[in-house]
Write a protein that binds this ligand. Structure first.
Ligand code: ADP
Length: 384
């Protein structure tokens, strides 16, 4: 029987699942259970993560997948924050759960639902190994100059404050795929990866190792995102707390859920954002302009960090699909060897592809990310 891995990404209100064959890369089934904790009048929501897990099994069954016939060898869990110590893919036992619970204050929005997801899945599938794969893992060895905030060193030490970086599974996978696409050894490449989904982050990678990334202690730093602000002056937090009387929770919620492209333009989906811009919506225009401006600042910074770059790769929902974002992010950089071929950039092809002209000094790629496959492969690696 072909072996497969059940990959779970448990958030506070949804569980994404996928059954993946790590050896072939084949996707057997996938889906999402939404509205956890929101059992409204329409009877569509599910009560909690345990109920969501049952819905996952029911969905698999109704698609004709009997659990015992799937050849499952592991359950892989995406965990956002591994803190300073957890970065290798880790087989979960009670001690690991305890360690994850201790880390929850570092990622209060992300880690608690992931722990719930792991706990219900361990109960439902007790005979399989459950492996936690951390979004922070790839960036564990970020050089100290990039990982360190210039704050009181004793405070940072006591509170484990550093730049951890997130979306690591995607940045690693996509940078490896870029090397495969180019037929070049990973070790020989200087890369910039732009992961532009609802969450968004950039990384600079030398020889397969990250040297800089845009997210920090939490997944709030860096680029403008769907609902997150990215970089702000920390002074605005104190100002809102002191003068506007907002609580820490209010400010955190505002910066996480009501900021970014939605906060400025009232819309999270870039397809709709473009429609609004077309119809003359100034707020949508400003949201887009702020998004692009921040992205270009990071690209410029990473070009300086790297000196030269062989490849720039766009990935995730916006990066893979939005030709206008790619064009506007890189326009006017021909003097730096960075150009797009307009025709290739507009191509509807969904596979990994080059969008820079033949012979350009920097190759620009679009590479679909596949975090589920990367997590499945991490599971089989750790299980031998
Ligand atoms: P997540 O961070 O939730 O995994 P994704 O990587 O799936 O996000 O990206 C989702 C976002 O991708 C959507 O909110 C939307 O803005 C954008 N997107 C998806 N398809 C398209 C498209 N065809 N054109 C432009 N943007 C798109």
């Amino acid at each position: 029987m072909t072996r497969s891995v059940l990959v779970l990404n448990s958030g506070s209100s949804s569980v994404k699942y996928a059954v993946v064959e790590p050896d072939s890369g084949g996707l057997v089934a996938d889906g999402i259970v939404e509205r956890i904790g929101d059992t409204g009048d329409d009877g569509q929501g599910v009560a909690d993560h345990a109920a969501a897990m049952q819905v996952v099994f029911e969905s698999l069954a109704s698609d004709g997948h009997r659990l015992e016939d799937l050849g499952l060898v592991a359950v892989g869990h995406r965990v956002v924050h591994g803190g300073p110590d957890l970065y290798q893919p880790t087989v979960v036992d009670n001690a690991v759960i305890k360690r994850l619970e201790e880390l929850s204050p570092l990622a209060p929005l992300h880690n608690p639902p992931a722990i719930k997801g792991i706990e219900v899945a361990r109960k439902a599938l007790p005979d399989l190994p459950h492996v936690a794969v951390f979004d922070t893992a790839f960036f564990h060895d970020l050089p100290p100059a990039a990982a360190t905030y210039a704050i009181d060193a004793d405070v940072a030490d006591e509170w484990r404050i550093r730049r951890y970086g997130f979306h690591g599974t995607s940045h690693q996978y996509v940078s490896e795929q870029a090397a495969v696409f180019l037929g070049a050894p990973l070790e020989s490449l200087r890369q910039i990866v732009l992961h532009l989904g609802n969450g968004a982050s950039a990384s600079a990678i030398v020889g397969g190792r990250p040297v800089e990334t845009s997210m920090g202690l939490t997944p709030m730093e860096g680029l403008v995102m769907g609902t997150r602000s990215g970089d702000v002056d920390p002074g605005l937090i104190f100002y809102l707390w002191r003068e506007a009387g907002l609580s820490v929770e209010d400010i955190e919620s505002m910066l996480n859920r009501r900021s970014g492209v939605r906060g400025l333009g009232g819309e999270i989906d870039f397809r709709e954002l473009h429609r609004r811009i077309e119809s003359g919506d100034d707020a949508a225009r400003l949201a887009y302009d702020v998004y692009i401006h921040r992205l270009r600042k990071y690209i410029g910074a990473y070009l300086a960090v790297l000196g030269t770059t062989d490849v720039i790769t766009f990935t995730a929902g916006v990066g893979e699909n939005d030709a206008a974002v790619r064009r506007d992010a890189l326009s006017g950089l021909a003097a730096l060897g960075i150009e797009l071929d307009e025709h290739l950039n507009e191509s509807p092809d969904r596979n990994a592809r080059r969008i820079s002209p033949d012979g350009a000094a920097t190759t620009v790629l679009v590479v679909p990310t596949d975090e589920e496959l990367a997590i499945a492969r991490a599971c089989t690696r750790v299980l031998g």
